[in-house]
Design a protein around this ligand. Sequence first.
Ligand SMILES: [Zn+2]
Length: 215
Amino acid sequence: MRKPAESGTLPNTEPSSTEHEAISFHPIELTSERWNAVINNDPAYDGKFFYAVKSTGIFCRPSCKSRPPKIENIRLFDTAEQALAHHFRPCKRCKPTGERMPDDEWIQLVTDYIEQNYGANLTLEVLAEASHGSPYHLHRTFKRVTGLTPVEYIQQVRMNKAKQLLLQSELEISKIGASVGMANTSYFVTLFKRLTGLTPAQYRKQQHPPLGGHI
Ligand SMILES: [Zn+2]
């Protein structure tokens, strides 16, 4: 649907943003040439510009092999310093600043992502894509930094959210499971019981006994 303008220029997503005017720089135009460099991972453009992805807060070299971003989320910079000054973090995979992001900072990105997306379908692959690392490396590093595997961590976040919902809402057990990303109710109940020693219904009843007559 989206058609490049006559000049070969794609729409700049933030043409008139004044949010970051304290740092003066000229945003680079997202031409179709540069966009092609990004989606084709073209190393010929490395060093000529950097692209940041607003939805992940990460910036990359054009050649980065990470999944192509959505065009509306992309923002270009002349230098890595400019991207850093705008609070984007260097990608772990293509290392646009030439240094590795410290592991604890990287894992923090992943745990933040889990906190924000626990209701969605989260797999190791999804987390690896979102944080620009390989699934294998992410799994190992995550375990070393947090003491838990990514899956264990996700389960813990989900069970904590489920506990809150059990106490603070009257939602059915199946709805609570679904809203914490576990649409399979029997699996949700089994996991809840394994991690807390009680079924969701028992937990709700124990913590929150029904008032007289109320079922
Ligand atoms: Zn990258």
